[in-house]
Design a protein around this ligand. Structure first.
Ligand SMILES: Nc1ncnc2c1ncn2[C@@H]1O[C@H](COP(=O)(O)OP(=O)(O)OP(=O)(O)O)[C@@H](O)[C@H]1O
Ligand SMILES: [Mg+2]
Length: 161
């Protein structure tokens, strides 16, 4: 089991109860989709999983560890996240965007550079052509793919392992 969400609750500070009694588990290799109408609490649930929000109740287990007791910053570096909207840094190049997490993890420059190329190839963007572009020089779908490449950039289970 990679992830378990157990009776998750989230009430926002204004008293709005956005998530109530949500439970599910994800096994390694499994693809899970949360489907529901706009405003039903999908993003809130995901933010509770990586602790961009603190849950009001229930538990989140990441590989059997209780997310509440893990360091929230290192927890987030272990979880790839593609933003709603592209969420790219507009002032950084494509390569710099993909390199954000590896940089934070303190990888050496050569390793970062080859990971950036691998991740761009994985999402079918030619590194030579796209590495040095800014997000505004890409199509919407290309920006979304850079977001996917960035989400996987620092993961141990990505292209080099
Ligand atoms: N900071 C906040 N304070 C109060 N209520 C909030 C806050 N953020 C979101 N909400 C409300 O919580 C509910 C769930 O929002 P959430 O963003 O989780 O929905 P969603 O399922 O991701 O929707 P969408 O499909 O539109 O992205 C919505 O009704 C929203 O208005
Ligand atoms: Mg959402």
């Amino acid at each position: 089991m990679i992830l378990a969400v157990d009776q998750l609750e989230k009430t926002y500070r204004n008293g709005f109860r956005a998530v109530r009694d949500v439970s599910f588990a994800v096994e390694a290799g499994e693809i899970v989709a949360l489907v529901g109408e706009s405003g039903c609490g999908k993003t809130t649930t995901l933010k509770c999983i990586n602790r961009l929000l603190e849950p009001s109740g229930g538990r989140v287990l990441i590989e059997t560890e209780d997310a509440a007791v893990l360091d929230s910053v290192s927890l987030r570096r272990r979880i790839g996240w593609v933003m709603q909207g592209d969420g790219l840094f507009p002032h950084l190049s494509v390569a710099e965007n993909v390199a954000v997490t590896p940089q934070l993890l303190g990888w050496e420059a050569d390793r970062i550079s080859s990971r950036v190329d691998d991740m761009l190839e994985l999402v079918r963007l030619d590194p030579l052509e796209h590495r040095d572009r800014r997000p505004h020089q890409l199509s919407g779908g290309q920006r979304q793919r850079v977001g996917v490449a960035r989400a996987g950039g620092g993961l141990q289970t990505g292209a080099d392992g």
